[in-house]
Design a protein around this ligand. Structure first.
Ligand code: G6P
Length: 615
């Protein structure tokens, strides 16, 4: 949730850390802070709110700095203790000589805090993190060795942490440790980096080492030493990052979200590439490591995910059940983990996650593995914790997604589900060859159809302008586009803070219709040619009879729609089963333009974080 960057080396330390934090700002932005080793001094700067405040503070105080040679920085997404200056990281021990930044939650911090207070430690904040500072300082008092002090301390911590620690007495040395929270080391010549995620360091190096749970890293400018929890030195694999720094640039778009929406055609081509290259040939999904005989007899799939990934999962359920005839349950990870599930060794459990770091989903995956299920992970981060837990891994290759609201990763997940559903249908022979061939033919055309939508944004911008002052919306659909209705409503909520609810159209009359009047627009996703079109249309008539304003998102050419709907947003002609890959795009854009008209912070909406590493 929070972002961490540490640096030791010859560059301008303040700039390296600020750049790194800028690229991590999607992880949190309640407050920010930095500690610098500066010619024998340990200097600490903290500001409330977004990173720009820390940048301004450091600019204003640069006269104080002599020549910083190392430092650690942090941006916070508050968990324990409100967003305030005193709760901002870095946190210090009582004497102020030791500093810590932390991502995660320490579950036993209250007990530790009480013990440390008894020993005379003076606490200043309400955070769990400050406990770590006092704990390590207490250990350091005994060992006078920061590495040993950190190792002894983390043995006492319960919960999740990625930490970086510095001590005034040991200049230009950062000790990092992790458990259930990501941490990566960046390797350079005469410099080294440590961070909670790779966007923080990609501008400087592509050579990385991923720290695993219970490992400790000692980072100086010339050396990185990694040990296990018992102090045994480990030989770790150096990995070369596949991403270019350009992924972190807006490339002329006003916001990352808009850029990422426009990247979707290429992202989808990328997902299809190598998996569906000839419609006469079966889909190639070598990533699925289950034997074809097992897949033939597979009759239970459970998909677990959170947020936007959960909506992709819902579309996946419709697809797999429809095409492959396998029963699929979809559940929010946060629900799955607190009940008795029917997962067993014959279940295929699919975890879906953009970040691969969402704590609820990781816990759910671990539980599924304990029950001996085969776990398939669909993620945008093949380097993530979730990917490491996978028995089968489908990387969606959407590239780094910076905007907190997920767009291109959603499309990439959706397309992965199309491929998986067709793959299973081909193995199980549940659909005739010609129908599958037609479907594959249309699937390949999806990117160009999205390009068509993106080539004329006026109708969506006009709709956004017309409806930006409304405070409540209902998004309805039936069948496979119910997932689109949920996702469209979530996008609007996330970035404009307007109340929007996704609802099955047929359920409108069982409750929500009571709320309908001229102040609550109803947006309907309806695709002709399928079995739901006429039914949704009737549900819209029911809403119109209650004076609700109506918006249609459709591929229909029926001129009559103008008599029913206040606005009709048209998309290219598409088969209903493939339509979610198109219908999601105008709804992303509608949310984007409404938020933009309202002057909201589109890429970093309040209270949200892109990667939620706490349960
Ligand atoms: C956070 C983000 C959402 C995201 C959800 C699941 O809440 O703000 O945009 O959909 O986490 O994240 P994941 O990385 O697991 O897909």
């Amino acid at each position: 949730m929070c972002g961490i960057v540490g640096y030791v080396g010859y560059r301008d330390v303040v700039s390296v850390i600020l750049n790194g934090l800028t690229n991590l700002e999607y992880r949190g932005y309640d407050s920010a802070g930095m500690a610098l080793q500066d010619c024998g001094e340990l200097r600490i700067y903290k500001t409330l709110g977004k990173l720009i405040n820390l940048k301004n503070e450091l600019e204003a105080k640069k006269y104080e700095l002599k020549h910083p040679s190392s430092g650690i920085g942090h941006i916070r997404w508050a968990t324990h203790g409100s967003p305030s200056l005193v709760n901002a990281h870095p946190h210090t021990c009582t004497c102020g000589r030791l500093v810590v930044v932390h991502n995660g939650i320490i579950e036993n911090y209250k007990e530790l805090r009480e013990e440390l207070i008894k020993k005379g430690c003076k606490f200043k904040s309400q955070t769990d993190t400050e406990t770590i500072a006092h704990l390590v300082a207490d250990e350091y008092a005994n060992s006078k060795d920061l590495e040993i002090a950190v190792r002894n301390s983390v043995k006492k911590l319960q919960g999740a942490y990625a930490i970086c620690v510095m001590h005034k007495d040991t200049p230009d040395l950062i000790v990092g440790a992790r458990k259930h929270a990501p941490m990566v080391i960046g390797l350079g010549e005469g410099e080294n980096f440590i961070a909670s995620d790779i966007p923080a360091i990609i501008e400087y190096t592509k050579k990385t080492i991923y720290l695993e749970d219970n490992e400790i890293a000692v980072v100086t400018k010339d050396k990185v030493k990694i040990t296990d929890i018992n102090g045994k030195e480990l030989v770790k694999k150096t990995e070369i990052l596949p991403w270019e720094p350009v992924a972190l640039s807006k490339l002329g778009y006003k916001h990352f979200m808009l850029k990422e929406i426009h990247e979707q055609p290429d992202v989808i081509r990328n997902v299809l590439n190598g998996k569906l290259y000839d419609i006469d040939e079966p889909v190639i999904l070598n990533e699925v490591k289950l034997d074809k005989e097992i897949l033939k007899n597979l009759n239970k799939i459970q998909i677990i995910a959170c947020g936007t990934s959960l909506h992709a999962a819902l579309a996946g359920k419709y697809l797999i059940e429809d095409l492959a005839g396998i029963s699929v349950e979809v559940e929010a990870s946060s629900e799955y983990i607190y009940r008795r599930t029917t997962t067993d060794s014959s279940t295929l459990v699919i975890g879906v996650s953009q970040s691969g770091e969402t704590a609820d989903t990781i816990t759910a995956i671990k539980q599924a593995k304990e029950k001996k299920a085969h776990v398939l992970i669909i993620t945008n981060r093949p380097d993530s914790n979730m990917a490491r837990l996978a028995d089968s891994l489908i990387p969606v290759n959407a590239g780094i997604e910076v905007s907190v609201a997920a767009t291109k990763s959603y499309s990439a997940q959706l397309i992965s589900f199309y491929l998986l559903a067709i793959y299973l249908a081909e193995i199980k022979e549940t659909v005739d060859k010609q129908s599958l061939k037609n479907l594959k033919h249309e699937l390949i055309q999806i990117p160009s159809k999205i390009e068509e939508i993106l080539s004329d944004l006026k109708p969506i911008q006009n709709c956004a302008r017309k409806f930006s002052s409304y405070k409540n919306f209902i998004y309805i659909s039936r069948g496979i586009n119910l997932s689109t209705a949920y996702e469209g409503a979530l996008k609007l909520k996330e970035i404009s803070y307007i109340n929007a609810t996704g609802y099955p159209a047929g359920e409108l009359k069982h409750g929500p219709i009571a709320m309908l009047d001229e102040t609550m627009p109803v947006l309907a996703v309806l695709i002709p040619g399928g079995i739901t079109y006429e039914k949704i249309l009737s549900n819209c008539e029911e809403a119109k009879a209650r004076n609700a304003k109506l918006i249609a998102l459709t591929s229909s050419n029926d001129d009559n729609l103008k008599n029913i709907f206040d606005v009709v947003i048209k998309i290219p002609k598409v088969n209903e089963i493939l339509s979610p890959a198109l219908t999601c795009v105008p709804l992303q854009l509608l949310a984007y333009y409404i938020a933009e008209f309202l002057g909201k912070d589109v890429d970093q909406p309040r209270n949200l974080a892109k990667s939620v590493t706490v349960e």
